[in-house]
Design a protein around this ligand. Structure first.
Ligand SMILES: Cc1cc2nc3c(=O)[nH]c(=O)nc-3n(C[C@H](O)[C@H](O)[C@H](O)COP(=O)(O)OP(=O)(O)OC[C@H]3O[C@@H](n4cnc5c(N)ncnc54)[C@H](O)[C@@H]3O)c2cc1C
Length: 459
């Protein structure tokens, strides 16, 4: 063993008040919220060279801001609104209905979003440590004491008083030995998707040839005739903010444990292979795509679920479908259960179950607190939920709202010198409201028209 690997020889970085691991949509919002009072030092650790996680690595549409249906209600606000407004000010956003009825999406320029996260984090005074991997943790008598990070210069200990695990995979909690459910252990894990983007698309020609319904028919024909071996006949392609470009969620790779690097590597290769099968199909069979080409594959294959921590409360399918209320609610969710699974015939079956009545259920604070812990919160796709509940509560509107709640909670716990479990959730809810978070369904529908949509996002 080299000295670099000996924990007692690892140099310590200056201690911080709050350490957030993972700069995805949840982690960025957690770090921003933790800095709202400007009282505490916050470091955000990210393994890649840019913030945003899935929001910038592979996607371009925030879902979860609005409930689906003809009478949409806006259910997310506060810091997530600031993100949308910053993109809007730069003219890099538009609203569009979801292909499968999941509600209105906020489509953005994902490259500009990297820069937007950079700017918001810098303005808030968050120290962002990019190209730094969390690889271990150090426990003391009172719980977690430090995270061990790996960078090109070797290992560093990062001491902190509070920790937020927003790594998507619950890496921090897993390293600390906290219990979690691994996707696939109890129910089939959701499939993985390499997203791809195409340029030189004649969208006018595509629309006049029938648009989405024509695309679905062409996929059916291509598979039935054996002309293009598409992995699935469903999948969406939508116009990006950049003119003449489309983004897709079409590739499908099943039965992968994305915490196993060999399985993940095989999935990455398979995702790329499938993307080019789709490219050939689009160019050959879809009007408007004759000259189109792939200009970008997702930086990382899209992983819908891996580990979900067991928290002080676990959100369940029943909670979602019975539209349950909780006294310690810190966010709302009206998104359908959207569960992408492999079907027995090798195709895909996707469950779409709407939340009854176009309403939104409460997500309790306790789903963000790992069981028995006082110094750690979890935010984003590794929060405490069953497989089905997570399949509903995983859109970025909700992951940003979780981050916002966890960041405020960590700051409040330092301010009031109490642990995560004894936090005054009334005070937390009050602070969330002051920030613009929505904790009750608005009485009036949101205006999602091209003219009025921007008024929904508070400044
Ligand atoms: C294929 C697919 C399509 C989807 N479509 C949509 C959609 O259209 N709209 C929508 O709203 N939602 C969609 N979702 C869901 C949504 O994107 C995710 O649930 C959400 O982005 C998760 O955010 P997060 O911040 O929890 O995790 P992530 O975005 O995964 O962020 C985690 C961050 O932590 C970093 N990290 C991980 N481990 C470490 C470590 N050990 N050390 C340092 N850093 C680390 C990662 O690099 C990453 O930046 C989709 C998901 C997938 C997979």
């Amino acid at each position: 063993m080299t000295d670099a690997l000996r924990k007692d020889r690892i140099p310590a970085l200056p201690a911080v008040d709050i350490l957030v691991v993972g700069a995805g949509s949840a982690g960025c919002c957690a770090a921003l919220a933790a800095r709202v009072s400007r009282r505490h030092s916050v470091t955000l650790v990210e393994r890649y060279g840019f913030p945003g996680g899935t929001s910038t690595q592979m996607l371009d549409t925030f879902y979860g801001f609005f409930t689906p249906g003809d009478s949409p209600r806006k259910v997310v606000g506060g810091i997530p609104d600031r993100v949308v407004n910053a993109l809007d000010r730069a003219g890099r956003i538009y609203l569009r209905p979801n292909t499968y009825g999941a509600g209105t999406g906020v489509t953005y320029d994902p490259e500009f979003l990297k820069f937007t996260w950079d700017t918001l984090l810098e303005e808030a005074g968050v120290r962002v440590a990019l190209h730094a991997h969390l690889v271990d943790v150090e426990e003391g008598a009172d719980g977690l004491r430090a995270a061990v990070l790996w960078t090109k210069r070797g290992f560093f200990r990062q001491p902190a008083r509070r920790f937020i695990d927003a790594s998507g995979d619950a890496d921090l909690c897993a390293l600390a030995g906290m219990p979690f459910e691994r996707a696939g252990d109890l129910e089939p894990a959701q499939t993985l998707t390499t997203t791809f983007r195409m340029c030189a698309v004649d969208l006018g020609r595509f629309q006049s040839a029938g648009g989405k319904s024509m695309l679905a028919a062409r996929m059916e024909e291509a598979v039935a005739s054996g002309r293009h071996p598409l992995p699935r006949k469903a999948g969406s392609a939508h116009a990006m903010v950049q003119p003449g470009c489309i983004a897709t969620v079409a590739v499908r790779v099943a039965d992968v444990d994305a915490t196993d690097h060999e399985q993940l590597a095989a999935a990455e290769r398979e995702g790329r292979r499938q993307a080019y099968v789709f490219e050939a199909f689009f160019r050959d069979c879809v009007p408007g795509f004759e000259n189109a080409m792939i200009i970008g594959l997702s930086h990382h294959i899209g992983v819908r679920e891996t580990r979900r921590v067991y928290g002080e409360y676990r959100l369940t399918r029943q909670d979602c479908l019975e539209v349950r209320r909780f006294d310690d609610a810190v966010l709302l969710c009206g998104a359908p259960i959207e569960d992408h699974r492999a079907a027995r015939d090798g195709g895909e079956e996707t469950e779409w179950t709407l939340i009854p009545g176009g309403r939104a259920y409460d997500v309790p604070y306790r789903t963000l607190v790992p069981k028995g812990r006082d110094e750690v919160w979890v935010a984003g796709r590794c929060f405490s939920a069953t497989h089905s509940a997570h399949a509903s509560c995983r859109s970025m509107g909700q992951t940003m709202a979780m981050g916002q709640a966890a960041g405020l909670a960590a700051a409040l716990s330092l301010e009031t010198d109490c642990g995560a479990r004894s936090l005054d959730t009334n005070e937390l809810r009050e602070r969330l409201r002051r920030l613009g978070a929505l904790l009750a369904l608005p009485a009036t529908p949101a205006d999602t028209s091209a003219r009025g949509w921007a008024n929904n996002f508070s400044s």
